[in-house]
Design a protein around this ligand. Structure first.
Ligand SMILES: Cc1cc2nc3c(=O)[nH]c(=O)nc-3n(C[C@H](O)[C@H](O)[C@H](O)COP(=O)(O)O)c2cc1C
Length: 179
């Protein structure tokens, strides 16, 4: 990784993805990985960073536009190690929800530029507000185990961040193109 370190970039609508991103950034810093944590926008240049850890709230099984725009620009510069995290409304607990979440991750990732290599893409649950969802939608979502409120699983986020830190450290040790 070059001296500018890793970008933990995120897109959020209601704020919970920012909390997840900040937690990941803090965990990477504990592993001595230099990190900048920023909301993704047109002013954030992919080429300014040596690695990308990118996340977005999921709306309609897709990332928010500012995150998708960053991915398009990232796909046009020389590749960096890249990890992705999605923040959605359903915990991957139990076989049915694990299948649903895996399917959702595939749907989300179909919106990424095809030649962008993502080392791992993880889904975390965020803060779920069902006040805007109609009664039928709420009933369906509850039937498969969805719950409102702050569902963020900090230990799971920390575990994933530790894996990313290990990947970044390996990349730092061996140099670009080898990990
Ligand atoms: C309009 C809207 C659409 C959503 N669509 C999805 C979806 O397709 N899949 C999902 O898992 N969660 C969906 N959610 C839930 C959000 O992704 C979840 O609440 C997340 O924590 C929001 O992140 P944020 O607080 O960073 O905006 C949706 C929420 C809203 C408000």
């Amino acid at each position: 990784m070059d001296t500018t370190g890793a970008l933990v970039g995120y897109a959020t609508a209601a704020g919970s993805t920012r909390g997840v991103a900040e937690r990941i950034a803090a965990r990477l810093r504990r592993s001595a990985v230099p990190v900048t944590c920023l909301p993704l926008g047109p002013d954030v240049a992919p080429e300014d960073f040596g690695a990308w850890v990118l996340g977005s709230a999921v709306h309609g099984m897709a990332w928010l536009p500012s995150a998708l725009d960053f991915l398009q620009r990232a796909a046009e510069v020389p590749a960096r190690p890249c990890w992705a995290f999605s923040v959605g409304g359903m915990a991957p607990a139990g076989p049915l929800r694990r299948r649903m979440v895996a399917q959702e991750l595939r749907r989300v990732q179909r919106g990424f530029p095809p030649h962008l290599v993502v080392r791992d893409h993880q889904l975390f649950v965020g803060v779920v507000d069902t006040s805007q969802v109609n009664a039928a939608g709420r009933a369906c979502w509850r039937a498969v185990g969805g719950r409102p409120g702050d569902q963020r699983d900090w230990p799971a986020i920390d575990r994933w961040a530790a894996e990313v830190a290990a990947g970044l450290q390996a990349h730092q040790r061996t140099g670009p193109g080898t990990t």
